[in-house]
Design a binder for this molecule. Structure first.
Ligand SMILES: NC(=O)c1ccc[n+]([C@@H]2O[C@H](COP(=O)([O-])OP(=O)(O)OC[C@H]3O[C@@H](n4cnc5c(N)ncnc54)[C@H](OP(=O)(O)O)[C@@H]3O)[C@@H](O)[C@H]2O)c1
Length: 326
């Protein structure tokens, strides 16, 4: 199988690279932006401006993939407000260009999306719950989702959430807490292992409840979506919602860290965007799990497997499920 993967040098994309090549023998082509692939990356690449329809069409025509997996984003929360035309082109335009290219070659296309398409009151949102984004990022992702659901001949939206994992393309990058759940566990482990105190931010204006996802699990689910040519909206996340405090406590316990170094309190507002953040973005993924034939892991299992990946520098072993292994 040949896959055209965007965002391969990013956090989620680097997990897709490892899972697709190491577990599934996929032949990968990855259009890149500014960051060159790491040495020895197991894929061919070229610089492609995803916002340029002609460039995307020509690049995909050369590769002739069976599937396109679109993880790339312009990851600049402030920039999305400061330069709205660029933001629209980078999110909605790029998605449209990839969908059109997929259609031209009968390729399956998957857009990686987010739980932040919900407004923070839609607790336990299901795949068919209508999105109601409250900030520019959520709006642009929801608009991009519509491009796929309304325009792709064979396409899926794969929402992921609270992604914790290893950034395999840049494993040494410092990990920081933000308004969401991404990197929260590794940030706590890094700090406490270095003997530093860590204050877990708690405030109703933050993303306070979510469904953590191990990045490599998300990649495995993305593989199943593409390989099975699944269509529609899927929740490719973990199997349990949790709040920030609960996840932090699990991190301390699972990584055997010094609990005395953990605090809970007000966020550092200077480090956070001046925009609405959804409070409870927990997802219900029951329908997706059934469609993909998997049992989704609870939060404890996710944290245990993250520890394995951080310490062994390898993908965590797949666990058996009724539908096979994952
Ligand atoms: N991280 C989370 O917790 C989380 C949660 C929910 C959903 N998601 C979704 O997961 C996806 C990946 O997020 P991430 O955390 O992996 O982001 P990331 O680490 O910032 O990676 C973004 C990737 O996109 C690439 N990119 C940016 N602009 C591009 C362009 N114009 N053309 C081609 N490539 C471009 C970047 O390359 P350069 O560095 O070279 O620009 C990088 O490889 C996104 O769709 C996001 O919405 C993430």
């Amino acid at each position: 199988m040949r896959v055209y993967l965007t965002g391969a040098t990013g956090f989620v994309g680097s997990n897709v690279v490892r899972v697709l090549t190491e577990r599934h023998g996929v032949e990968l082509f990855c259009p890149v932006n500014r960051t060159p692939p790491p040495a020895g990356a197991p894929y061919d690449h070229a610089v492609v401006d995803l916002a340029d329809p002609a460039a995307v069409a020509a690049s995909v025509a050369r590769v002739r993939p069976d599937a396109i997996v679109h993880t790339a984003i312009w990851n600049d929360f402030h920039g999305l407000y400061a330069d709205r035309p660029r933001a629209w082109a980078a999110y909605v335009g790029a998605t449209r260009n990839l969908v059109d290219a997929a259609n031209a070659h009968d390729a399956h296309v998957t857009l990686v999306s987010t739980d932040w398409v919900f407004d923070g009151t839609q607790s336990g949102a299901r795949e068919q719950t209508p999105p109601n984004p409250v900030n520019a990022y959520g709006f642009l992702k929801a608009a991009s989702e519509l491009v796929v659901t309304e325009r792709a001949r064979c396409g899926a939206v794969a929402r992921i959430s609270g992604v914790n994992g290893v950034h395999w393309a840049r494993p040494q990058t410092p990990r920081m807490q933000d308004a969401g759940f991404g990197y929260l566990v590794a940030s706590i482990a890094d700090a406490l292992r270095a003997g530093r105190r860590f204050r877990v931010w708690e405030d109703e204006r933050l993303n306070s409840i979510a469904t953590p996802t191990l990045a490599s699990d998300a990649a495995e689910l993305l593989w199943r979506v593409a390989d099975g040519r699944h269509e529609g909206i899927l929740h490719c996340c973990g199997g349990e919602a949790i709040d920030r405090r609960g996840l932090a406590e699990l991190a301390v316990e699972t990584f055997a860290l010094d609990r005395e170094l953990l605090d809970f309190g007000a966020p550092d507002w200077d480090a956070l965007p001046d925009a609405p953040i959804p409070y409870d973005t927990s997802l219900d993924a029951t329908e997706t799990a059934a469609a993909l034939g998997v049992a989704l892991p609870d939060a404890r299992t996710i944290v245990q497997r993250l520890r394995h990946e951080l310490e062994r520098h390898e993908l965590s072993p797949q666990t058996a499920t009724a539908g096979g292994t994952r």
